[in-house]
Design a protein around this ligand. Structure first.
Ligand code: AMP
Length: 507
């Protein structure tokens, strides 16, 4: 028996160990052989610590090649990799430790002492280690010793869990999506083929590696296809612009594109070597899509996915990449859009998106009730996203169902109102939310960021919208902010806005 995911991801490393895996500015290129060697060493170390197949390895550490080696080493040892957002505080980590009960927790040296105490209180027998060499008991100590090398990957099947990825938890506590070897491998294979990745590619990797986008979409696609990664610690306009002339592809969240567009150095010359710009994890405004094409000549390819399902849809590589849509479902993903009564909606009508396929997670770790709320017995996963499908099969995401506003009995889709507000001269971007209203149940609030090119007041917004939207969709209050609150993946934090402006109509 083989190790379903590890063997496939590392096939290139076995066949061509000298082939580059990652380049990091100012550092030596890491070959695939070195990547595999590091993974085998971590695997040896994990097994030496007593890791059994199915045990969890929880990691909160800054982006590095070592973390990617630890990811692969965990797979090699038959374990389950559990990466965590680096922004979580030590006290937040207590929840994850209790939920996942890892065998091993890998953290920043500065947190080791505190987390050792938290881990001891949460569960018994957790090792707390670091990747650095400046703290006692690090995971990489003794790496030179041949005894730490584990030769053969521990056998794992397609249905075994490879990783647990926590949802961002904008409502309630984060839930750990269990991703099987098959879910991760099938999705990466589909994306390699869909987006035509080859060993000739150099992919700019400026995303975090605790989220599906940077870890699975970007890293697994590069591993499988033989493409090299240009690894940047984080997104930074200067370093991304410097990387472009020698790279061929970039995967980014919409804020990457808006920030790059704000820099006059972005032009056709700088992007001449690039063949593909991909966007996802949050809605890309049609205006950004158009502005990017005007400036660079490239049409951004937008795709749609989520922690629990990997990628679901993608605009085509060859064929129409349509601004404002996330394209048709991927070849092995079934997608349906249902009305509240469970019947399919008509073409162009809005309903709840459900997906089914090998990409879908096996449920939430240790949460059978929450799993039953989203995963139907016949395999359909209820995404929580509202969307539409047009006559050509292209999907448009209308927004999260929980963001839907019901005011005076009418449904209001925030994305529709935001699109109209964003088109008003002087508006940079907006977020439309519903908050409690004594008469209407919910009242519409528009939170707006001005672009400084034209004076803008509530009256301008109301006047502009009066010609474009039915009255019940108009914001009853308008708030101006300098920036919208966003998480690291560029998603606007609507729950935070609803909390901040929750009593606008009730006090
Ligand atoms: P996460 O699990 O953090 O990756 O968040 C997944 C959610 O992000 C999805 O359920 C969508 O609401 C949203 N999302 C991802 N990609 C897109 C996209 N291209 N357009 C609009 N929303 C997106």
């Amino acid at each position: 028996m083989h190790n379903h995911l590890y063997d496939a991801l590392m096939a290139q490393a076995k066949a061509q160990p000298a082939m580059p895996f990652a380049r990091t500015p100012g550092k030596e290129t890491v070959s695939r052989g070195r990547l595999a060697d590091g993974a085998a060493r971590f695997s040896g170390r994990l097994q030496h610590l007593g890791l059994q197949p199915g045990d969890r390895v929880m990691v909160q550490a800054e982006k590095s090649i070592a973390v990617l080696q630890l990811y692969l080493g965990t797979l090699h040892a038959g374990g389950i990799f559990v990466p965590l957002n680096t922004a979580y505080t030590a006290s937040e980590l207590a929840y994850f430790i209790k939920n996942a009960a890892p065998k091993l927790l890998v953290c920043d040296p500065s947190r080791r002492a505190e987390l050792t105490g938290i881990a001891a209180r949460a569960c018994t027998g957790i090792h707390v280690e670091t990747l650095g060499k400046d703290s006692r008991g690090t995971l990489t100590d003794g790496f030179g010793a041949a005894s730490t090398l584990s030769a053969a990957p521990v056998p794992r099947g397609a249905r075994d869990i490879a990783a647990i990825l926590y949802t961002s938890g904008t409502t309630g506590r984060p839930k750990g999506a269990m991703l099987s070897h098959r879910a991760l491998l099938s999705n990466s294979k589909t994306l390699v083929a869909m987006w035509c990745f080859t060993p000739g590619d150099v992919l700019i990797h400026a995303l975090p590696i605790y989220h599906t986008h940077g870890l699975f979409v970007a890293t697994n696609v590069a591993l499988l296809s033989g493409a090299a990664l240009h690894v940047l610690p984080r997104f930074d306009v200067d370093t991304v612009l410097q990387a472009m002339p020698r790279a061929t592809a970039m995967m980014g969240v919409p804020t990457f594109y808006t920030r790059l567009l704000a820099d006059p150095r972005l032009d056709q010359g700088r992007t001449a070597n690039m063949r593909l710009f991909i966007s996802g994890s949050a809605p890309l405004r049609a205006e950004t899509h158009r502005a990017w094409e005007d400036r660079t000549g490239h049409r951004i390819l937008e795709r749609y996915g989520m922690t629990e399902t990997n990628m679901n849809t993608s605009n085509p590589y060859d064929g129409k990449r349509r601004a404002g849509t996330v394209g048709p479902p991927l070849p092995d993903v079934e997608l349906r859009i249902l009305a509240k009564d469970g019947t399919p909606v008509a073409t162009g009508a809005t309903g709840m998106i459900e997906v089914r396929g090998p990409n879908v997670c096996s449920g939430y770790w240790g949460m059978p009730e929450q799993t039953a709320q989203v995963l139907r017995p016949d395999g359909w996963f209820i995404t929580g996203d509202l969307g539409q499908c047009d006559a050509e099969g292209y999907i448009t995401i209308v927004g999260r169902a929980k963001d839907l506003i019901i005011s005076g009995g009418f449904n209001i889709y925030p994305a529709e109102v935001e699109t109209e507000i964003d088109a008003i001269p002087g508006v940079l971007e907006s977020a439309v939310i519903g908050v409690p209203h004594p008469d209407f149940g919910e009242g519409v609030v528009a939170v707006i960021v001005a672009d400084g090119t034209a004076p803008i007041k509530k009256a301008h917004i109301q006047a502009a919208l009066s010609e474009r939207l039915a009255g019940f969709k108009h914001p009853k209050k308008v708030v101006f902010l300098d920036t919208l609150p966003r998480n690291t993946m560029g998603k606007v934090q609507k729950a935070e806005l609803r909390q901040t402006y929750g009593d606008l109509f009730t006090t």
